[in-house]
Design a protein around this ligand. Structure first.
Ligand SMILES: *Cc1c(COP(=O)(O)O)cnc(C)c1O
Length: 429
């Protein structure tokens, strides 16, 4: 980062040189707020707001006619959104669909790809994965009468807190029937080498899938080229699709004939869905993995949100994201590493190993410091036991926001503000 200095003027220079800076105007950024939770709930764009308003109008004016006559028609909306999101992950348009929820899609794809036989009974995952994915995989094992304590094999972190691809690959042994891993670890922000892991799994004949919740929309992927078998990701983080937005799933074309492990009528061959035949024939595309009628109002928000991302272009988004996180890391090293601040960067410094957010750890008081930031308008989160996560979104976070967050962190500690915070936790953080 050429000419790096810690003063605000440098942040202003970075903002002035940022080609994506004008996109911030498309978002409802809460006033007086430095919003650094793009990895948890992305902000509402005017585009998403307008798309939902339009869908409400179509429901009002067309009623059931909206399934075929709305613009775009509701009947194909999930596939259309999938085709647009496919560009974010390097897939063909019919390999992605907007459906389900993140955890639901873990179930659906595990039910499709987990085929234990003989000695191959284990599912390999990552111990640092967001727990809901592990809960889902554990319950899939139980449906086969298997005990997750024995059959869910989890690889944890090395001493430096990061997961080693070597170790994951070494664990892809003859007892493993399925591998499910995160692209980016939700706590540390470490980006795994998806291409290398997929190649290793393919060499060993083990299907492999990824949860891209913490990367899609901020890190480009090339799932087809890398030979990933399946993937799923969340619609409300970097994709800004709104709270509880419908999620996405990817199924590689070579698996279309398999059919979904969990079936429902929206996965039918579209032309025959309304024959309402007793036999289920799945559509030979990712759309075949749909179960129920898509939630059109939620999907409308995703529709609007994708338009902003498409305009930005995911390569440019990644470029800015890396600059934002590099700038943040440089500021933390320069202004928050020494006593009494004592923060440590717990995210990989190499750009190719870094997702979209930065994790800071501090031996004591991380939760109370995060709470003390709230009245100052800095929105970030805490993950036990010692981690504060800061996630700048390239679509609406400025370099000045990042500068301000670091200044607030210093001021909280300078003023001992966190020491006045009641240490009890709130339910959502
Ligand atoms: C955000 C996230 C989820 C969220 O799960 P929901 O089913 O949408 O509540 C799941 N897994 C990972 C890895 C996530 O990052």
């Amino acid at each position: 980062m050429q000419g790096f200095t810690t003063d605000e003027a440098f942040a202003a220079e970075l903002d002035a040189a940022d080609p994506l800076a004008p996109l911030r105007e498309r978002f409802h950024v809460p006033p007086e707020t430095v919003y650094l939770l793009g990895n948890s709930l992305g902000l509402q764009s005017r585009d998403a707001e307008q798309a939902v308003t339009r869908a409400m109008g179509e429901w009002r004016d067309r009623a059931i006619g909206g399934w075929l006559d709305a613009d775009p028609p509701w009947f194909w909306l999930a596939e259309r959104l999938g085709a647009r999101a496919a560009k974010l992950v390097g897939a063909e348009p019919d390999e992605v669909v907007c459906t389900g929820t993140t955890t639901y899609n873990v179930h659906s794809l595990a039910a499709t790809f987990y085929r234990p036989s003989g000695r191959r009974t284990r599912i390999l995952g990552c111990a640092l994965e967001f727990p809901t994915d592990l809960y889902a995989l554990g319950s899939q094992l139980r449906l086969h009468g298997l005990d997750p304590r024995e059959h869910l094999a989890l690889v944890g972190a090395a001493d430096d807190g990061f997961v080693r691809e070597d170790e994951l690959i070494a664990r892809m042994t003859g007892d493993v029937a399925l591998v499910v891993l995160p692209t980016v670890l939700y706590r540390s922000g470490q980006l795994l080498d998806v291409a290398r892991l997929a190649a290793a799994a393919r060499d060993r004949g083990i299907p492999i899938g990824f949860d891209g919740s913490h990367s899609v929309g901020v890190v480009p992927h090339r799932f087809d080229e890398w030979g990933v078998d399946f993937a799923l990701w969340c619609g409300y983080k970097y994709l800004c699709g709104g709270p509880g937005a419908p999620a996405f799933l990817y199924v590689a074309r070579r698996h279309f004939d398999r059919g979904p492990g969990l079936a429902g009528w929206f996965g039918c061959v579209k032309e025959r869905q309304f024959d309402l035949a007793p036999d289920f024939e799945h559509a030979r595309c990712a759309g075949g993995w749909q179960v129920s009628s898509p939630g059109i109002l939620g999907a409308a928000a995703v529709d609007g949100a994708l338009a902003v991302l498409e305009q930005a272009g995911v390569e440019r988004v990644r470029e800015k994201s890396l600059r934002l996180t590099e700038y943040l890391i440089r500021l933390v090293d320069a202004r928050l590493a020494d006593a009494p601040y004592d923060f440590r960067v717990a995210t990989p410094r190499e750009p190719q190993r870094r997702g979209g957010h930065v994790a800071l750890t501090r031996e004591a008081d991380a939760l109370r410091i995060k709470e003390a930031l709230a009245p100052r308008g800095v929105v970030c989160d805490f993950r036990p036991p010692d981690t504060i996560r800061l996630a700048p979104s390239p679509l609406y976070t400025s370099f000045r926001d990042v500068h301000a967050a670091v200044r607030h962190l210093r001021e909280v500690i300078d003023g001992h503000e966190h020491e006045r915070i009641d240490p009890h936790r709130r339910a959502v953080s």
